[in-house]
Design a protein around this ligand. Structure first.
Ligand code: DGP
Length: 217
């Protein structure tokens, strides 16, 4: 299965990552609106996608309505990305830019934060290996203490201070020079301006024929 249809005017895959309540969802929404207002075809996606059968199992787990073995829930999160893989590629290859709220980077950072034997970073990464890689990764950087002050923190399973600190450490271990670190304490408008520039640059590169990469090459 190839990742490209040979269409040189493909869309871009823009990914937002960061700890819970760092402002990803707001920035994703605004970015899609900004791109669309410039006549760029763009869609907002998020993982987990709670609308599928697998996503509904994940949703019950996150809301603590059901418990599950840690490896099993990790595989479901990963399967939730794999089940949407072909549609992702169809969209991108037909010229649509996807702005995605979380991906395999969350998958690894969150599961590995449980510090369960055998579920280390390498194992967590392996289940997503081969999925399409983002063309631009925007990481919203914010100390966990700051996110605690934001509305809505604490409603779901992983929204615990010590756990989020472990997640943050894992993001640091996963990060590389290609990540775009943005200071999430800046105003919504300033962040949006920075995110838009990163996205427009990535879209331009993709239009010029940049090949899609694969996780975790
Ligand atoms: P969100 O819908 O963005 O609030 O994400 C729900 C929660 O699930 C959030 O605490 C982050 C976590 N999460 C997202 N993706 C994954 C994943 O692939 N694996 C694990 N273990 N957790 C994830």
């Amino acid at each position: 299965m190839g990742l490209s249809s040979g269409n040189i005017r493909r869309g871009a895959f823009i990914l937002f990552e960061g700890v819970d309540r760092c402002g990803k969802s707001t920035q994703c929404k605004l970015l899609v609106q900004s791109l669309q207002s410039r006549g760029i075809e763009a869609e907002l996606w998020r993982y987990p996608d709670r609308t599928t059968a697998i996503g509904q199992m994940i949703d019950k787990y996150l809301q603590s309505k059901e418990d599950m073995n840690d490896a099993a829930i990790h595989l479901l999160f990963s399967a939730n990305r794999w089940e949407k893989r072909d549609l992702m590629l169809d969209k991108i290859n037909s010229g649509v830019t996807l702005v995605i709220d979380r991906y395999g980077h969350s998958g690894t950072a969150f599961t590995a934060a449980k510090n369960v034997p055998n579920l280390d970073l390498a194992w967590c990464k392996s289940t997503d290996a081969g999925l399409p890689a983002p063309d631009a990764l925007i990481y919203l950087q914010m100390p966990v203490e700051e996110t605690l002050k934001r509305a809505g923190f604490g409603g779901e399973r992983y929204e615990k201070t010590e756990f989020q600190k472990e997640v943050l450490k894992n993001y640091e271990k996963l990060s590389n020079d290609s990540w775009n670190y943005l200071d999430a304490s800046k105003s919504i408008e300033d962040l949006q301006e920075e995110a838009l520039k990163i996205a427009l640059d990535a879209i331009e590169e993709c239009k010029k024929g940049k090949a899609m990469g694969k996780l975790w090459d």
